[in-house]
Ligand binder design. Structure first.
Ligand SMILES: *Cc1c(COP(=O)(O)O)cnc(C)c1O
Length: 433
């Protein structure tokens, strides 16, 4: 149960903030109840303003791969801040950040820093349209690419459904230029391209979907997407806002051995400060102003505090990768998923899940989850009870079923064991109706 201080804070927030929050899912509508308010974090733990401590698997929705308030990141930010928080002229930190991204993600030859994942994906499709002279983009049902108009489009079922806006305020003419097909469905994508291929500027995909739970690509699927795009002269954009530096240093491209033309980043590369980036083939990136005609700018882009935090995080990841940190995160994620599935069997509750790199997902669903239809078949009300049960046990998962869980480099054996023990009690209580 959310404590009195958080309840009071939420009531006050609702007077002046829309829904009491600055991003809708924080309002807990998907699980009911009221949000806990953060007071501070330390490593894998978040403390709320009622003094409750949670083992945190939300991790600010992905950015905090080093947990909360990592001393080296805090030091980098504070030291940088004493020299000035923004200049509006270049700093060397920005070059270092770009060099770091290019070094780990070989398909990225040039980078532009922005302030959010939304800005990154929005700019990447502008560039793709300019580069191809085509207007249409293809996205997959259940993939999230931020809140730009072009991406707030959900599919009608079936191939080549013309987009209908998910949100009032998105012009029909914009939504129509976004075509959607189910994730992990090569046949549907082929059919769409057979019909509209010459009009399609780009396919954008979360190489491991992290916004319908955690759903990995079928073997060969990303290669197929790559080939289909090539056959029709369309660009392939990997939205690695979640997977970048979270599946491994080289993100999904390294893990699956598929190269994108353009890649978007966010979350982990900012280590909890507002950041995004897009990059890719040199010939494409050179179309961006000032080298080329495609406009995109930002007052705070490449912000020194964000660069300092992100660079520190990436350097630490490079070191930690040598001692197997990504394998460790994946193994911990698998233990949570396996426990969850075993308990489901024991108590007759439908469960499935997956873990890859520093991401994992838990579904109250029997069958394999491969796309949005199977993900959204997960029992949401069971998830809500599970979520609140775990929260009461001091374990914080995402306050919505169709989100990924996030492991960090600072979650250890003790946190995993506490989480498993809590899961055993909560799943037992769920089985009692
Ligand atoms: C979070 C997310 C975005 C949007 O990033 P913001 O920083 O919230 O604008 C885009 N794509 C993916 C895959 C994301 O998970």
């Amino acid at each position: 149960m959310t404590g009195q201080a958080s309840k009071a804070a939420y009531a006050k927030a609702q007077q002046v903030l829309v829904g009491g929050v600055n991003s809708p899912v924080r309002a807990f509508r998907a699980v009911g109840g009221t949000p806990y308010f953060a007071a501070r974090g330390e490593g894998p733990y978040l403390y709320d303003i009622d003094g409750n401590r949670y083992i945190d698997y939300l991790m600010s929705w992905g950015p905090l791969i080093w947990g909360h308030a990592h001393p080296d990141i805090v030091q980098a930010v504070t030291e940088t801040a004493t020299k000035g928080t923004s200049f509006g002229v270049p700093t060397e930190l920005e070059t270092e950040m770009a060099e770091t991204i290019c070094r780990f993600v070989p398909s990225v030859e040039k980078v532009r820093m922005v302030n959010s994942g939304t800005e990154a994906t929005m700019s990447a499709i502008r560039l793709a349209r300019a580069a191809t002279g085509r207007q249409y983009i293809v996205k997959f049902v259940g993939c999230y690419h931020g809140h730009a108009d072009s991406f707030l489009v959900k599919a009608g079922s079936g191939v080549a459904a013309l987009g209908l806006p998910d949100s009032p305020g998105v012009p029909q003419t914009t939504a129509e230029r976004t075509l959607t097909v189910p994730y992990n469905d090569e046949v549907a994508l082929r059919a769409l391209f057979a019909e509209r291929g010459s009009e399609i500027a780009a396919v954008i995909v979360e190489p491991v979907a992290g916004n319908m739970g955690c759903v990995r690509p079928r073997p060969g699927y990303l290669e197929a997407v790559r080939n289909i795009a090539n056959e029709h002269g369309a660009l392939l954009i990997f939205d690695e806002v979640i997977t970048g530096f979270r599946l491994g240093l080289g993100g999904a491209q390294e893990r699956f051995g598929v190269k994108a033309d353009l890649t978007t980043f966010g979350k982990v590369i900012g280590a909890g400060l507002p950041v995004g980036a897009y990059g890719g083939r040199r010939d494409l990136m050179q179309m961006i102003a000032p080298e080329g005609p495609v406009y995109q700018g930002g007052t705070l882009s490449g912000n020194p505090l964000a660069m300092a935090a992100g660079l520190t995080s990436l350097r630490m990841l490079e070191e930690a990768a040598k001692r197997g940190i990504y394998e460790q995160m994946e193994a911990y994620g698998k233990r949570l998923v396996d426990t969850f599935c075993d308990l489901g069997k024991k108590y007759g509750i439908p469960t499935t899940g997956d873990a890859i790199g520093g991401m994992f997902g838990l579904f109250f669903h029997e069958g394999p989850v491969v796309d949005f239809a199977t993900a959204s078949a997960s029992n949401q009300s069971l998830y809500a009870r599970f979520f609140h049960g775990m929260l009461a046990e001091g374990v914080a998962f995402a306050p919505a079923q169709l989100e990924s869980g996030f492991m960090s480099c600072v979650h250890g054996e003790s946190e995993i064991e506490q989480t498993i023990a809590a899961m055993e009690r909560v799943m037992a209580s769920l089985s009692q109706g």
